[in-house]
Design a protein around this ligand. Structure first.
Ligand code: 9WN
Length: 407
């Protein structure tokens, strides 16, 4: 099948020797959750490369267990990406320059799938303590009184300019950044966050940096996608622990605790929502992040059924496409980044959640993802109605996850 050969071509072209850049020009370094999705795809044709991808990312893990959201390649000129290493001004114990924030912890799931594809207990033994430390960081540094994990920057959600962040971000003072943005050299301004968003992103990151990356600034939310990733990681860590003769029970307990805390504090009326720690209130938005908890196997049946109803009614997934924001909502924009377009990784997460609950709908999403790529190539995101491609081309996780879906 040509599309699969093409997907491998994209991944080969974006490979940098021990990891894969998300996109050659727009994102020329290693990104955390991108590497997990890329490993999932590479597992289908080169398990060795998939293992290298994850081990290289965890090579930049901090002493406190955090896995930085960007690991900078010292050979890429400073001006290639903003904000670059000089802005973050921090190094991992390995000596590599990194950012100081994190992204959704989908890595344990990737590591497990890589192992299932080609069993390698030595790899599991090597990665397990690192995955545990990644969870431990979130549990200690980011645990809220409700037992949930919080994020301190929209970049940590992976869904940077989601309308869900409009309200919590409004509390963040914007500071001018001049003409430092590099993304607009590669992608039209209509498809990216606004300058105002960037002023706030930069101010928040600077404030966090100035506390030694310890204390949250004006933005602190519990995000359903991030908490689901954390919970799924515990489920998978239980499997990994069992496979290497360690005790899976603490992981099972943690997964059960996070699932019930999410249902108690983040669920309302057919969708999971983020919760703003500064106000204590739910941010009632229409983000597809609220459907990702379908991945949690122990979700109460009535909650799972209500989510499926919402996916059908408000997100119109019968079309085969999952918009990142509900099309009927006022903020919906089919072409602007995380404000409506369909993304392959977000769709993949919901697809995973539907596979064992409604395989008919999961199949529709799989066909939809393949159809979008056939129509427009391995773009970063897609208009959910006419499948027009947006953002950069030859985007790594779009290629990688198609390999996983089609396998
Ligand atoms: C900031 C690399 C990353 C993804 C994120 C996506 C985008 C970065 C940016 O690109 O974010 O981290 O510069 O816009 O939102 O999910 O990991 O692909």
């Amino acid at each position: 099948m040509t599309i699969l050969r093409e997907a491998v071509r994209v991944l080969v072209a974006n490979w940098d020797g021990s990891y894969t850049v998300p996109s050659r020009r727009l994102y020329p370094h290693q990104w955390s959750w991108d590497s997990a999705f890329i490993a999932l795809g590479n597992a289908r044709w080169s398990p060795r490369r998939a293992r290298a991808e994850l081990l290289s990312l965890f090579g930049a893990q901090w002493r406190d267990g955090r896995v930085p959201h960007i690991v900078f390649n010292p050979e890429v000129p400073e001006g290639a990406y903003f904000p670059g290493p000089e802005f973050w001004d921090v190094r991992a114990p390995s000596g590599t320059a990194t950012s100081g924030i994190v992204q959704p912890p989908v890595h344990a799931l990737a590591a497990w799938r890589v192992h299932v594809g080609e069993p390698d207990p030595a790899f599991l033994r090597r990665i397990y303590p690192r995955l545990v430390a990644q969870q431990e960081f979130l549990r200690t540094a980011r645990r809220s009184p409700e037992g949930l994990v919080s994020i301190v920057h929209p970049w940590e959600s992976g869904m940077d300019n989601s309308p869900a962040w409009d309200e919590p971000l409004a509390a963040v003072p914007a500071t001018s950044i001049g003409a430092q943005r590099k993304d607009l050299r590669h992608v039209s301004a209509d498809e990216r966050p606004t300058d105002r968003d960037y002023e706030r992103y930069t101010a928040l990151a600077r404030a966090y940096r100035d506390t030694g990356y310890r204390r949250a600034g004006a933005f602190a939310v519990e995000d359903p996608l991030f908490n689901t990733a954390y919970g799924v990681a515990e489920i998978v860590l239980a499997r990994i622990a069992k496979a290497i003769d360690l005790d899976p029970e603490p992981h099972r307990r943690e997964a059960a605790a996070i699932t019930s805390a999410m249902v108690e504090h983040l669920y309302d009326d057919g969708l999971f929502h983020a919760r703003d720690l500064n106000t204590g209130c739910l941010v009632r938005s229409h983000s597809a992040a609220g459907l990702v908890p379908l991945m949690l196997p122990d979700l109460p049946r009535e909650v799972a059924n209500a989510l499926i109803g919402t996916a059908l009614d408000r997100f119109e997934i019968k079309s085969g496409m999952l918009p990142s924001f509900a099309p009927g909502a006022e903020e919906f924009d089919p072409a602007r980044y995380w404000r409506g377009p369909s993304w392959i990784n977000l769709t993949w997460l919901v697809w995973q959640g539907l596979r064992h609950r409604r395989s008919d709908l999961a199949d529709l999403l799989a066909e939809g993802m393949i159809g979008a790529i056939k129509a427009s190539g391995f773009r970063e995101y897609f208009n959910p109605f006419n499948l027009a491609g947006h953002g950069c081309r030859d985007f790594s996780w779009s290629a990688a996850l198609i390999l996983d879906i089609a396998a």
